[in-house]
Design a protein around this ligand. Structure first.
Ligand code: ADP
Ligand code: MG
Length: 353
């Protein structure tokens, strides 16, 4: 549907703002280098205030970078106003025209471009069927549910066939259940339209569910660019490990390649390029360990709770409280508060930072 899928490249992009409280300049985005493949779905992910919206608005042209250059395809676009860029944005607030019907809301951008009436009719009809609103042309937008309004906003952005579609937390105003179904819809529509999408969210499960790649940001810095799987299994640092999913950090010491000593016991753990003798943090996901009567790392159960899908434990190892989720606990021994138990790890679960 899109004329041409376009890639986006940020080359040493920075944005400096003045902090209204201190009056001092700070980097809202610092030296961001990213490359977004044509046709891919990429998410800017990070806590509130980390610079996601600022990055997106620089790509859209609503803000201009203080350093660096942005490319759309091969074209440098810093000097172009938003309407001269081949991008369209879907906002959290929808920003629909309230006294217009669905057809006129979606057709608006095409009429501005002075397109032929029949062409407009065909394009709007096609797009409405893509977003699941076929036959609803005459409904007024102020009579629609939040989810339907979001679909209209999406149709309005798609109908002008931009090279890149930008989303800023588009599902924040919807209830939890609708958020989950709409994100699957957005992914389907992006794939069917074959368009490049850049999506901002602070919700890590939303990012994991829809993205080919995640760009994880913290305090204006890009911390990791990778697939969701890589970010989960091989986080670049503690921030990423903690932000994507839940993580325990066990204090360890590298003994040899892929062997780490934790609390007096040697265990298998990916050590990458770390040298023997180095102190490290071992990342353990809650589902990466189980409890048994035998093993090398001994602990004491401080909390034990049945959650249905899993048994939730807190186990004290040395002076570190470790969270364990043992899935499908029906056929395994359940440990009680005060019990001693040993941690057992599946192969390839431990990763040293
Ligand atoms: P996010 O979208 O990740 O929540 P933003 O990109 O909106 O973060 O903001 C990044 C930082 O820049 C925050 O500290 C925010 O308060 C600040 N900021 C955003 N816009 C402005 C502005 N126009 N002037 C000054 N500071 C701003
Ligand atoms: Mg934001």
């Amino acid at each position: 549907m899109a004329k041409e899928k376009k890639g986006v490249r940020l080359d040493h992009i920075s944005k400096i703002y003045k902090d209204p409280k201190t009056g001092k300049d700070f980097y809202a985005v610092k030296d961001a280098n990213l490359e977004i493949e044509p046709g891919s779905f990429v998410t800017l992910l990070g806590p509130s205030g980390c610079g996601k919206t600022t990055t997106l608005r620089m790509i859209a042209g609503f803000e201009s970078p203080d350093e660096g250059e942005i490319y759309l395809g091969n074209e440098p676009i810093n000097a172009l106003t938003p309407n001269k860029r081949d991008t369209a944005m879907v906002f959290q607030s929808y920003a629909l025209l309230p006294h217009y019907n669905i057809f006129d809301n979606v057709a608006y951008g095409l009429k501005l471009r002075k397109m032929d009436k029949n062409v407009i009719k065909k394009k709007v009809t096609d797009i409405l069927s893509l977003v699941g609103l076929e036959g609803m042309e005459n409904r007024m937008t102020n009579q629609l549910s939040g989810g339907q309004q979001q679909r209209v906003a999406l149709a309005r952005a798609l109908v002008i066939e931009p090279g890149v579609l930008l989303f800023d937390e588009p599902l924040s105003n919807l209830d939890a259940k609708l958020r989950v179904s709409m994100r699957t819809e957005i992914r389907r529509i992006q794939q069917e339209a074959g368009i490049t999408a850049i999506y901002v969210t602070h919700d890590q499960s939303e990012a994991m569910a829809i993205s080919d790649k995640v760009i994880i940001m913290n305090k204006g810095n890009v911390e990791q660019i990778s697939t969701p799987q890589e970010a989960y299994y091989y986080p670049n640092n503690k921030f990423v490990a903690d932000f994507i999913g839940e993580a325990n950090f066990l204090k360890g010491k590298v003994k040899a390649q892929d062997v780490v000593e934790i609390n007096g016991a040697d265990v298998k753990c990916a050590t990458g390029s770390m040298q023997a003798g180095a102190e490290c943090n071992v990342v353990l996901r809650p589902e990466g360990a189980s409890l048994s009567d035998k093993g090398s790392i001994k602990g004491k159960v401080m909390y034990s709770c049945f959650m249905g899908a899993y048994q939730d434990y807190h186990v004290l190892i040395g002076d570190t409280l470790v969270k364990i989720q043992e899935y499908n606990p029906k056929n395994s021994k359940i440990y009680k508060v005060g019990d001693e138990a040993y941690l057992n790890f599946e192969d390839n679960t431990l990763y040293a930072l």
